[in-house]
Ligand binder design. Sequence first.
Ligand code: AMP
Length: 152
Amino acid sequence: MLGSNIFTGPPDVSIELSPGCIFCSIAEGRTPCYKIYEDNDYLAFLDIHPFVMGHSLVIPRKHYDALPDMEETAVGELFTVAARVSSRVTRGMSADGFRLIQNNGEAAAQVVKHVHIHIVPMKLEDKDRRFGRLSPTDKEFREVADAIIRHS
Ligand code: AMP
């Protein structure tokens, strides 16, 4: 079982990375993350400034700026992983549903230019609420990651 706040494994040299990209750095294991899922090609970790506790990101290890740059098979795989991880996040956070958010381009408020899907677990009582950004402690991040990983 994965622990939280751990480094990803060494990079697979066959995977294309983009210098200076924070998510490539996470995928390479050079920048730490609160990892909740990984396989050879995809990785999921907690968003560092979450809308709600459990807000997670799913990324391909290979660098693509945005969704239109991906091969169609990779798009399918990315969303398959997002669906799988969403179920775990929802169960782990005792949520009632989840939102997937996927921003492409500056006009859509894409800040990190490495394609990613946001998973935002939702509770019924919060369905009409507007969300700001949270700043959880390291302990809180670890507890959230552990709760999600327990539902893997
Ligand atoms: P977007 O606006 O779709 O590009 O969102 C990028 C997301 O990445 C934001 O929600 C950030 O809080 C998140 N983020 C940026 N850097 C990190 C990081 N090092 N670890 C985890 N999440 C990050």
